[in-house]
Write a new protein. Structure first.
Length: 634
């Protein structure tokens, strides 16, 4: 269903275009889903809602007498409950005249399709009584849905037919619907490492950077442009990272322009490859150093497209390269990740500086999330015990920034230090749980003549969110299996944090992995059960296997001891070894004979004698036992 959605969107646009092109003196009839789009994160599982399939712009000359449609959806996300004829529907007059012929009015919950086929039993009766042909606009049917899971799906009118009184098709337009109850997850795309400051990177040395994504969901296509100063760097190559397979379709070259200083690259997953979620490397760029100086590595023209053909929202972070000695002003500590920092607790950060020569003044602006933090105070330090300076400062908690300017005056000695020095200490109070970038910008370092001193800047980050996922239960459907059986294993996971999470679940027998599945958009304080199917065909028999499950660690997760759980075991037996003694022999035949002809629920039912798992013990089980007779454990 997911693969079709981008096609559906394209078809919708195409149909809209064709409609405009073909419209002449009148607009064509349109069959459509109403409302056309339902995007609501409050529609949690077990919520119900309704959509109408309706007609508009039906004229007398169209001679409409019959309608058929099939509405398709993803049954993993939605369950079709029923289809109703609402009061005043398009065929209401025929129904009142006992002339309604309902050929199809079904909802298939398993397949995810609602089928409607309606006309009149007697067309002549309809014409005579004035309600045929159908004219105008109205509702054909109302379909009730129940939400099964978080996700998204097209409500596609995959079949849509309008018939006139001579059984000829009536040309018409179609408008599909769309449902989504998952929150929009913002991905991060960035250059890694974010900063390379290394004086040993002289000309002709090479280094590489990664273009990486974090917290992406259902990624199918990506593109980006990376710009750099070509007098300092030349790009040698760009290649796919580990997130996309080598069989992915890349954009047409040229990918590198070392005259203008840019790289353009992108790729789309091959058909049949599952979309990518989580964190990973999209591309690897290899550079050759050609000069001495500094250059940003700037990301632009970014495109992240998901498996539905929709653009994925993102934030981006550029990189930085420098191979000369450079001062750095930065927030220290660079990260404060502490869920215990709840309102109204306080914390402090320093604005630090190192590798500075001949400084006679500085200035900076530190912005923060005003909905998360409140700035309480600032302390300007006497750097290297120098006290001959004047200050200006502004704290704005309504706009969320701190501005500070310090100027030294004679007889102050210019500041030189190659070690960390603290310029300012800022105290914040936590206003609400959340995330705040401590964005250090508009920074200036000045020498005694007022000239700018080149430097780089490091931001800070505050997080008080709780990120904690866990495995709470692992339950195989039974504790025995004959070699070759497929065993269902249910794994229940939970989100103990306060942020919606996407993560992988892995299941093992002993140390061997059975499979990996992705849990998407699990809301806080919610459980979710994932079902795995363990094919024991190649599993050595005559052993007990411990079943365990693991959830991958999410970023900034501090408590990981509950990410892994062993719970349950399964004994894999020789096929036909009903009594489990390690040999298929007469005793197994006797047990099968005793249970012959029984079925599940019968007094003599023995589930271990049901070798073919058809819920009935018959000749086929006897044949299986006979084929395996004499086998034994080694």
């Amino acid at each position: 269903m997911k693969k079709l959605l981008s096609l559906f969107i394209a078809l919708m646009l195409l149909e809209a275009a064709l409609s405009i092109m073909s419209a002449s003196s009148q607009e064509q009839p349109t069959i459509y889903v109403d409302p056309p789009s339902i995007v609501n994160t409050s529609m949690v599982p077990d919520t119900t809602f309704k959509v109408n399939v309706s007609l508009r712009n039906v004229l007398y000359e169209h001679d409409l007498v019959g309608v058929e449609f099939k509405l398709f959806w993803d049954p993993a996300v939605l369950e079709g409950v029923r289809m109703d004829f609402p009061p005043g529907h398009m065929f209401q007059a025929a129904q009142d005249d006992n002339n309604l012929w309902v050929i199809k009015k079904t909802v298939d919950k398993t397949a995810g399709v609602a089928w409607y086929m309606v006309t009149c039993s007697s067309l002549q009766q309809g014409y005579d009584n004035g309600y045929l042909p159908l004219v105008g606009s109205g509702v054909l049917a109302t379909i009730t849905f129940k939400v099964k899971a978080f996700g998204r799906t097209c409500l596609e009118l995959g079949v849509h037919k309008l018939s006139d009184g001579q059984a000829n098709p009536i040309h018409h337009n179609v408008e599909h619907g769309y449902f989504r109850n998952t929150p929009v997850v913002t991905a991060t795309i960035m250059v890694e490492p974010k900063s390379i400051v290394d004086v040993s990177m002289v000309p002709n040395k090479t280094f590489s950077v990664n273009i990486s994504v974090v917290n992406v969901v259902d990624l199918r296509t990506f593109e980006f442009k990376l710009s750099f100063n070509p007098s300092i760097l030349n790009a040698l190559s760009v290649s796919l990272g580990e997130m996309f397979p080598a069989t992915s379709s890349t954009i047409p070259p040229p990918w590198i322009n070392n005259t203008e200083g840019w790289i353009k690259f992108g790729a789309t997953l091959p058909e049949g490859e599952p979309p990518k979620s989580g964190n990973g490397t999209l591309a690897v760029v290899l550079f050759n150093v050609t000069g001495l100086s500094a250059t940003p590595l700037m990301l632009s023209e970014i495109l992240l497209i998901d498996n539905y053909g929709e653009a994925i929202p993102y934030i981006s972070f550029d990189g930085y390269f420098n191979n000369v000695l450079l001062a750095k002003m930065y927030v220290n500590p660079p990260e404060i990740i502490d869920p215990s920092l709840v309102p109204p607790k306080t914390f402090m950060v320093d604005i630090n500086l190192y590798n500075i020569e001949n400084m006679y003044g500085y200035e900076f602006n530190l912005t923060f999330n005003k909905n998360v933090l409140i700035c309480l105070s600032i302390v300007i330090h006497d750097v290297l015990n120098e006290t001959n300076y004047i200050t200006d400062s502004i704290i704005s908690n309504t706009q969320g920034f701190v501005w500070i300017k310090v100027d030294y005056y004679p007889p102050a000695t210019p500041i030189t230090s190659y070690k960390n020095i603290t310029l300012v200490t800022i105290t914040f109070r936590v206003k609400s749980m959340g995330v705040s970038l401590l964005d250090l910008h508009d920074t200036r370092l000045m020498d005694p003549e007022g000239r700018a001193i080149s430097h780089e800047v490091g931001d800070g980050l505050f997080i008080s969110l709780i990120r904690d996922v866990a495995v709470v239960d692992v339950k195989p459907e039974m504790n025995y299996a004959y070699q070759g059986w497929i065993i269902q294993i249910n794994v229940t996971v939970t989100n103990k944090g306060n942020l919606t999470e996407t993560f992988d679940v892995k299941v093992y027998y002993d140390a061997t992995i059975i499979g990996t599945l992705t849990v998407k958009d699990l809301m806080p304080n919610r459980n979710f059960t994932v079902t795995f199917y363990w094919d024991t065909k190649d599993v050595p028999p005559c052993r007990n296997y411990t079943i365990s499950a693991e959830v991958t660690t999410v970023p900034y997760e501090l408590k990981t001891d509950d990410n892994f759980l062993k719970n349950g075991w399964v004994k894999v037996k020789l096929m036909g070894d009903i009594d489990g003694n390690g040999v298929v022999d007469l005793f197994d035949a006797v047990l099968l004979s005793d249970a012959a002809g029984t079925y599940e629920g019968h007094a003599r039912w023995n589930p271990e004698a049901d070798l073919d798992r058809n819920k009935y013990i018959d000749i086929f089980d006897a044949v299986i036992l006979s084929v395996n007779s004499g086998k034994f454990c080694t």
